[in-house]
Design a protein. Structure first.
Length: 132
């Protein structure tokens, strides 16, 4: 396979609401499942920390998860952006952090897809134990 122009999207999903209460893990699982269905495949970083300086000078940190999507399909990019807005509204966020970059990548085949018909099912279920 050759080089392709691709969109790389990373979406930061908070794991606590604005009152510092944990977001229901079932809702987080739904986000992951919905985005997987939209994009056809995603990568989940189940726990990352984001920190910032408040207006009073104090440092605050939040636990988040990051969903990473690679696609060459602009329609998927648009659907993911709309879904991220919906999630932000559902969680009462003023903004959602969505990073979108154009990248080049090479696909390095390691074996034929027919040899691994359950690859997608395994990939979807791997993240579940990490979201609490």
């Amino acid at each position: 396979m050759g080089e392709l122009k691709d969109w790389e999207i990373e979406i930061v999903i908070p794991k606590k609401d604005n009152s510092k209460n944990p977001i229901d893990p079932e809702y987080l699982n739904k986000i992951v499942e919905d985005m997987t269905r939209i994009a056809g495949g995603i990568t989940v970083f189940p726990t990352v920390f984001g920190c910032w300086v408040n207006s009073d000078g104090s440092v605050e940190c939040d636990e988040n998860m990051i969903i990473k999507i690679d696609t060459e399909n602009r329609e998927i990019v648009d659907k993911i952006k709309e879904y991220a807005k919906k999630v932000g509204n559902d969680l009462g966020q003023e903004v959602m952090f969505v990073e979108m970059d154009r990248v080049d990548f090479k696909l390095l085949p390691t074996r034929r897809l027919e040899e691994s018909p359950y690859a997608m099912k395994v990939r979807i279920n791997v993240w579940r134990p990490f979201i609490r």
